[in-house]
Design a protein around this ligand. Structure first.
Ligand code: SF4
Length: 340
């Protein structure tokens, strides 16, 4: 698969440009119910051991950063998060997860519905330790609601390193895991993504968390703007390597999505191509080259390029299996869509 690196041609979008390019979308208001919950099996090591994990999608205020590829703002509201709202959302979310535990039949044979929920992900589409996103006064209350889980995962920008993180961790009985967006190890491209973070900031954040006995999960992008084909795959693998060297316990590979405005503009100008299912499969073929857990984010699988009705579900299932077993997926050619 040929590849190109056109990173140097990318425009220097700033916060204002990125906001101006956003499409008009209806966004949630401050509320006491979460946006939703999800129950899924998660790998806990490289040998096929899994656990049942719940995610509560919280509704709070918007992240203060404006990354070029980010579309998470559509799940947030512009004003600050009202005190107490997230704790109530978590109470509702835990109840919903409890209810679905009784009914949901997990799609993998590696997990059974009777396995207790051991991991909880509190995803607020912004930064868990920024006070406008999660009021500082709410943190003890939130920690107490999830203290009984083996693992609590939250998202945070690598430059937000505060004593509140260790205070939160100290209230938990299980492990705290902070998910950081490395996005890409391509230094020039990282700058162009307007993440307000350097590779050095990322490494400092990992060291800071690990020194406090906090686990690190890392988000890495597949095919950010400026890269395609083999260049995108190579940089994705290099980004996983950097995350692993920095001490990541788990790396999640996220195929870049269209639809946030800035990415669509770059696509119109020939500087962004949607990643294909085959690119994600090729990245995941290297899963056993890493000591850290590597998973493919299949959240938006139905919109990924290069699948058809004949192959989509089977290929998704192979990647789900790879996520849990940490064994490379089989590459199968589809005679209908002939994706390469
Ligand atoms: S830091 Fe995360 S949530 Fe904030 S804009 Fe960037 S990708 Fe989105």
């Amino acid at each position: 698969m040929p590849g190109t690196d056109r990173t140097s041609e990318l425009p220097d979008f700033d916060n204002r440009d990125i906001v101006e390019l956003r499409p008009q979308l209806s966004r949630p208001s401050p509320q006491l119910r979460p946006l939703g919950v999800e129950l899924e099996a998660e790998p806990i090591d490289k040998f096929g051991e899994t656990c049942l994990a719940g995610t509560i999608f919280l509704v709070g205020s918007e992240c203060r950063f404006r990354c070029t590829m980010c579309d998470l703002w559509q799940y947030t509201h512009p004003g600050p998060t009202p005190p107490g709202a997230l704790a109530q959302q978590i109470t509702h979310g835990l109840k919903q997860l409890d209810e679905s535990l009784g009914t949901k039949s997990l799609a993998t044979s590696a997990a059974q519905p009777s396995i207790p929920l051991r991991c909880i992900k509190l995803y607020n589409a912004s930064n868990f330790f920024a006070t406008t996103n999660v009021p500082a006064s709410d943190l003890p209350n939130i920690a107490d609601r999830v203290a009984h889980f083996d693992r609590v995962v939250v998202e945070n920008h690598p430059t937000i390193l505060l004593p509140a993180i260790t205070d939160f961790k100290e209230r938990l009985n299980g492990r705290l895991e902070v998910a950081l967006g490395l996005e890409t190890a391509h230094p020039k491209l990282l700058e162009k993504l307007n993440k307000a973070m350097s590779l050095n900031d990322f490494r400092i954040a990992c060291d800071w968390l690990l020194a406090r006995d906090i686990d690190v999960r890392v988000f890495v992008l597949l095919q950010p703007p400026g890269l395609d084909g083999n260049s995108a795959i190579d940089w994705c693998l290099e980004s996983i390597r950097v995350a692993e060297k920095s001490g990541a316990r788990q790396v999640s590979v996220i195929p870049v999505r269209r639809g946030n405005g800035a990415i669509d503009k770059l696509q119109q100008n020939g500087l962004f191509k949607q990643p294909t299912a085959r690119s994600l499969e090729v990245v995941m073929q290297n899963v056993d080259a890493f000591r850290c857990i590597v998973t493919a984010d299949l959240w938006d699988w139905q919109h990924i390029r290069g699948t058809c009705d004949a192959c989509s579900q089977a290929r998704k299932h192979l990647l789900e299996k790879t996520n849990l077993t940490q064994s490379p997926p089989q590459l199968k050619d589809c005679l209908q869509c002939n994706d390469q």
